[in-house]
Structures are given as C-alpha cells and as structure tokens.
Design a protein around this ligand. Sequence first.
Ligand code: SAM
Length: 269
Amino acid sequence: MKYNWIDANEYTMDSFLLFDRWALCWIFRDCNYYAGDYITDMAKALYKYPHIDTFCRCKAPECSQFLDKVREVPFDNWTNLEMRKAETSILQTHETFVVYAYPKVMEKVNYIRNWNAKYLYELVDLKDKIVLDVGAGTGRLAFAAAKIAKRVYASEPCDRLREYMRDKIKMENITNMKVLDGEVLCLPYENDTFDVVLSGHVVGDEYDKEIAEMTRITKDGGWIVICNGDDEFKRTSPNKELTSRGFEWFSHKSVEDGIIYNYRKPVRK
Ligand SMILES: C[S@@+](CC[C@H](N)C(=O)[O-])C[C@H]1O[C@@H](n2cnc3c(N)ncnc32)[C@H](O)[C@@H]1O
C-alpha cells in the first residue's frame, strides 16, 4: 500500500544505514515478493551506494541471498540520472521504514499530527490501569495513556523509534512510562499482565495470532483497544476481520475528511 508519507526525492540510500536488522530482514526477505523492476532498481541503487550492500550484509546476514541475486543483474552503463531514479523508487517502496528511521518526520505524518487523544480516552478508562501499547511508533497512544494510567509500557521493534520515545520520556520527565522491544506475535510479557492492551495501525497481517497474543497478556476483565490515527482515508465500513472477532467499533471524521474507525473488545478468560 502506498501512503505517500515521504517525498523520496528528499532522501538517499544512506537512509538504509538507519535501518535495524528487523527492518532489513523484512525488506530483503524474498525476491519473488517484489514486482516489476524492483530488483533492477535495487541493483542500480546499490551500484551507486556499494557501502549499503556491505552494511546490510553485516547487519543482517540473512539478507545475503537476496543481495547476491541483486548482484547478478549485469551493469548496463547506467547514467547517474537512471541510478537516482531507481534510488528514489526503492526509497518510495520502503517509505514506511524510511519514516520509522526519522521519527520527527513520522510525528508530522497526518495520522499522528491530526490525532486528538480524546478518541483514546472515549474508548477506554485508563485511570489506575497498567497499559501496554503494541507497536508504539513515536508513542502517539502511549504518551496519551501515560497522562492518565498508572503505568504504561510501549513496545516497539524499531530501535530508532524506541530511542525517540526514551529521549522524549527523559526530556518531559515522565515517570510512569517504559519503552521495550517486542513484536505483536511474541510479546515479551507473562500471561495476564495488563489491564489494557492498545495498538494503532499494527494488527492486520495475521488477525487470529495477533489477537490471541494480545489476549494472552491481558488480564481477565481487561480490554484490547485498537485506536487508529486520523488519516485522510474515506473508509466505508468497519473492519470485518475485527467485528467478526468480537470487537465493538466507533467512528468519527478526521480533519482531512477521512472516516476513522476505532475498536475495543473486553477480555473474558
Ligand atoms: C504505522 S506505525 C503506527 C505507530 C503507532 N502505533 C501509531 O499508531 O501512532 C506501525 C508501527 O508498528 C510497528 N510494527 C511493525 N511491525 C510490527 C510487529 N510485527 N509487531 C509490533 N510492531 C510492529 C512499526 O515499527 C511502527 O512503529
């Protein structure tokens, strides 16, 4: 899905130097995943930035097979213009990872910039609660929750975003929020740990497994809450994958006329 969160012309392949192993493994997982000219474009981009090839192989050795395939593309006297075009195409394809590498840019993307914390507070009572935000990003939900909850944990697989949240916690002297690593399919917490498990724009690749893992760490009587940001997409109905799994939904209009759906589900064990 193309979001147009960045103008790739403003970035170079050196952005890859900010990607962690988790992101590189996702990008270089399977040659067959990409359509069209992707492999040739990657060959052109890496011809211009050979140190990025070396960096990726060192940081995430699992990527070497994919990168070997890219190296098989024969050099065809590419001009600087052709290589730059290929570079921007690769960066636009991976715009989500580029945005995660520059958290200050991510904060300015509309779904975060335009969001109002009242939508979270209307969904769930956070007072005195122990809360987890899964895939917290820049901490849109976690920082809002920390204003009310007893304690908030923000789990995030991208190290640049973890560092960003930790710096903000220090700068704003927040005492009830901690940042940890963690992926939605294997969250590093014991069963029945949290009163409320939050997420936004994370659940959706493997609904059953993701919801099962979030349910595992939620206490009996707790809540799973999916509180999305305020983007411009004009959705026409709530997500059936969530409503069919027992989520109640709420909707509102964003300032850019998007139709935003939020969801919550009580956990009973
Ligand atoms: C679109 S951003 C949303 C950030 C934040 N939740 C928000 O709504 O403002 C998606 C976030 O999920 C994280 N993410 C991606 N895959 C994930 C996974 N498998 N498990 C947990 N988080 C993941 C990304 O690093 C990123 O921070």
